[in-house]
Design a protein around this ligand. Structure first.
Ligand SMILES: Cc1cc2nc3c(=O)[nH]c(=O)nc-3n(C[C@H](O)[C@H](O)[C@H](O)COP(=O)(O)OP(=O)(O)OC[C@H]3O[C@@H](n4cnc5c(N)ncnc54)[C@H](O)[C@@H]3O)c2cc1C
Length: 502
């Protein structure tokens, strides 16, 4: 006897999903979906058939299998703090076949599975927040060093899928470098158990690296083995004012020469970015008597209290020499953890302050550190020439060559006209980044925001290889469609067109 054909209607799928996680964990009411379907910046608003909230890997497996059978798209989501529209569904019109989209929230997968102090590893569920993992590591006397301003909400699954960076990449690396193993539910519902805690394993392709930074387009990460580090016993935090970015880059070189791996953060903040924080974030004030054109937030980590004392002496000496040579305008060293936290608050509140100020054209770019000053000088000059009155909030992880380069005009009316020129402004900034050997997405990913833009900057071969990997792991195209890869089949790269066609 023939099997009855599977009922592939949305109603039947909803019923099957409810059977797996229970009614409480399948949300369909518009009021419940809002928080999941709109992104942090308020820029992307998608439609989902429902939000499902599995509580175990086994439930994720069953959900994925049910969605795959019904031909429904799956949108993995962690804390929904992503900045490129990767974790929210696409608008219904933008998907070719108007397929239903099921948003799978991993937030209920929140167990710390194991801490192996001898191996310096922690095994965690993908829905753990970054902060939860930092705290679990601290309780065991160790450090999980990834640090980003959204860490109270952002999840490990989201951090992995965006290959998150943050403020300590300079010393400890980004998520790729902090991960030893993964557990992933593949697009057809099979589980790849790659939860290995090995620092050496040369047994073929490094599959975990495919899923890191894939923005949920290749599978659903359910758990990870992460590297832990010794906890620094002392930290020095300093706020410096410098004449220009070129001097900042030279200072970074000297600091690394003197202090080597102890330099754990080197953040640059320009005048406009700091002024936005002072305007919008209550309780903040400039650490120096005046706001300078360029400030730096520097952190050094010491393995012991004694090393901390000698680092402090050496740092004071070095800064005095910099000041005497006219390369340092002013400086303040935090004298307590509270003072250090106040300095960090200034840096970590920039995104929040910008959100309060209003819309801006944002860029998350990287160039080789040696070319940062050239990038800033040339981009600033071109933008102020083409868009008089433009306000440039430039800040970020100078030590990683990663800048957040965000543009707006202070007056609402002017700003509206300026925002209308986003494509033109992006072209100017991204072409310059490309010319300098950089990347148009340093740490936030491509999502919906840059999935077309990237076609201009990656070679057709790279795009073709990425599409081949996607086709091998997700032949039905169900995992997070419309993210990272363009929905259009063609990979025409305008940079490759013959001159007469440009
Ligand atoms: C104030 C603020 C500051 C920030 N600072 C930084 C920073 O310094 N550095 C930085 O790198 N980022 C930063 N971000 C961006 C964001 O917090 C990171 O990208 C973070 O890693 C996203 O985690 P999430 O859990 O919120 O992911 P989500 O936003 O939920 O999802 C992000 C992407 O990952 C996918 N995804 C999520 N979970 C899974 C899973 N389990 N399996 C497969 N795919 C999954 C989603 O589909 C989506 O494509 C900041 C954001 C804010 C709001």
């Amino acid at each position: 006897m023939n099997e009855p054909a599977l009922d592939r209607t949305p109603e039947a799928l909803l019923q099957r999903l409810t059977g797996i996680v229970g009614e409480r964990h399948v949300l369909t009411a518009a009021a419940d979906l809002g928080a999941y379907c709109n992104d942090w910046r308020g820029r992307y608003h998608g439609q989902a058939l429902c939000v499902v909230r599995p509580g175990t890997t086994a439930e994720v497996v069953a959900l994925v299998a049910a969605c795959a059978q019904a031909g429904a798209a799956m949108v993995p989501q962690g804390g929904n703090t992503g900045l490129v529209g990767g974790g929210v569904p696409c608008s219904a019109e933008s998907l070719a076949q108007h397929q239903p989209q099921v948003l799978i929230s991993l937030q209920r997968l929140r167990n710390i599975r194991e801490i192996d102090t001898a191996n310096h590893t922690i095994t965690v569920d993908a829905g753990c927040t970054l902060q939860q993992v930092q705290e679990a590591a601290a309780e065991a006397g160790l450090l999980f060093p990834l640090a980003i301003a959204s860490q109270g909400t952002a999840t490990i699954g989201g951090n992995l899928s965006t290959n998150a960076g943050g403020v300590q990449v300079l010393r400890y690396g980004n998520m790729r470098e902090l991960t030893l193993g993964l557990e992933v539910v593949l697009a057809d519902g099979r589980v790849w158990d790659g939860l290995r805690g090995l620092r050496k394993d040369n047994t073929g392709y490094d599959l975990k690296q495919l899923f890191i930074g894939a923005e949920g387009t290749l599978g659903l990460i359910t758990a990870a083995v992460l590297k832990l580090h010794p906890r620094p016993q002392a930290q020095l935090t300093a706020w410096l004012a410098l004449p220009d970015p070129q001097t900042a880059v030279a200072l970074l070189g000297r600091l690394r020469q003197h202090f080597g791996e102890c330099v754990s953060a080197f953040e640059i903040i320009n005048r406009a970015a700091l002024e936005l924080v002072l305007k919008h974030i209550p309780g903040t004030h400039s650490p120096l008597p005046v706001v300078h054109d360029w400030q730096l937030l520097l952190q050094l980590d010491a393995a012991s209290a004694a090393e901390g004392i000698s680092l402090a002496d050496a740092l004071s000496e070095l800064l005095a020499a910099e000041q005497a040579a006219g390369r340092l305008l002013d400086a303040v060293l935090a004298q307590s953890a509270t003072q250090a936290a106040a300095l960090w608050k200034l840096r970590e509140s920039i995104s929040e302050a910008q959100k309060k100020e209003g819309f801006s054209i944002k860029h998350d770019v990287s160039v080789p550190i040696s070319r940062i000053a050239e990038f800033i000088a040339r981009a600033d000059a071109q933008l102020t020439r083409n868009y008089p009155g433009v306000r440039i909030a430039c800040f970020g992880h100078l030590g990683d060559g990663n800048l957040h380069y965000n543009l707006s005009r202070p007056l609402a009316e002017d700003n509206r006209a300026f925002i209308a020129a986003t494509a033109e402004v992006n072209r100017l900034v991204h072409d310059l980044v490309h010319e300098l050997g950089g990347s148009i997405s340093a740490e936030h990913g491509l999502g919906q925001l840059k999935r077309e833009e990237i076609l201009r900057y990656k070679s057709p071969l790279e795009i073709e290889l990425m599409r081949s990997i996607k086709a091998a792991l997700d032949p039905q195209g169900l995992m997070n469609p419309g993210k990272l890869l363009s929905l259009h089949e063609t990979t025409n790269n305008p940079l490759q067109l013959p001159d007469q066609l440009l």
